[in-house]
Design a protein around this ligand. Structure first.
Ligand code: PRP
Ligand code: URA
Length: 209
């Protein structure tokens, strides 16, 4: 079964409190989402396998470790996932970035797919799917279905805020996918919004409401 990691580092929790605040404007919201994504990337990559190597320093030989095996692919779910990419790339600058466009139909809450462009070698990469919100789970599940159809196998999902309903649905649909979140909130409201959440992540990032 996929594991759920709630990353409770004080820096992340402090920044998340400001992100949630209804009085935080788009500029600060964007900057903080970017910073939190960078800090979370540190935890999400914690158990990547290492290979021992020797490095010649100016003084002698050092036994060192480097990340081994597969390369990393980041896959933001459009639109709001875009806000997490540049922060993660600061820590993982060689990652390739694929994009999946999914929006939630406001009436049915069902995910509607409209775009998919992934690196050709996703089967050989450790993939991190990013989206600030895991609400009903529909968007994440549809995106990961897509990625698996295209050959992706080694997949993690990272978000800022998850609902218990979204975690249960994603675990059921994709039990092989570990979930990383900065907060596990109370529930969904009648409109499928996370309570207390942060509102509409895409609109707050891009100032569209
Ligand atoms: C938001 C969010 C997730 C989705 C989560 O996107 O960024 O993709 O909702 O909800 P779910 O778990 O119930 O599917 P939205 O559909 O608002 O699209 P946007 O990013 O283009 O604003
Ligand atoms: N999408 C959002 O942006 N926010 C929510 O709370 C739920 C879905």
């Amino acid at each position: 079964m996929g594991r759920l990691y709630v990353i409770d580092h004080p820096l992340i929790q402090h920044k998340l409190a400001i992100i949630r605040d209804v009085n935080t404007g788009a500029k600060e919201f964007r900057e903080l989402v970017d910073e939190v994504a960078m800090l979370m990337a540190y935890e999400v990559t914690r158990n990547l396998p290492l290979t021992d190597i020797q490095v010649q320093t100016p003084v002698g030989m050092a036994q060192c470790s480097v990340i081994s095996g597969k390369k990393i692919g980041l896959i933001p779910i459009l639109r709001a996932g875009l806000g997490m990419v540049s922060g993660m790339l600061r820590l993982i600058p060689t990652a390739r970035v694929g994009h999946i466009g999914v929006y939630r139909d406001p009436e049915t809450l069902q995910p509607v797919e409209y775009y998919c462009k992934l690196p050709p070698d996703i089967a050989e990469r450790d993939l991190i799917v990013v989206d600030p919100m895991l609400a009903t789970g529909g968007s994440a599940i549809a995106s990961i279905n897509f990625i698996k159809q295209k050959g992706g196998t080694n997949i993690r999902f990272m978000c800022l805020i998850a609902s218990p309903e979204g975690v249960a649905a994603l675990k059921k649909a994709h039990p092989d996918v570990d979930i990383y979140t900065a907060a596990l909130d109370e529930c969904l409201n009648d409109h499928g919004y996370i309570v207390p959440g942060l509102g509409d992540a895409g609109d707050r990032l891009f100032g569209t409401k």
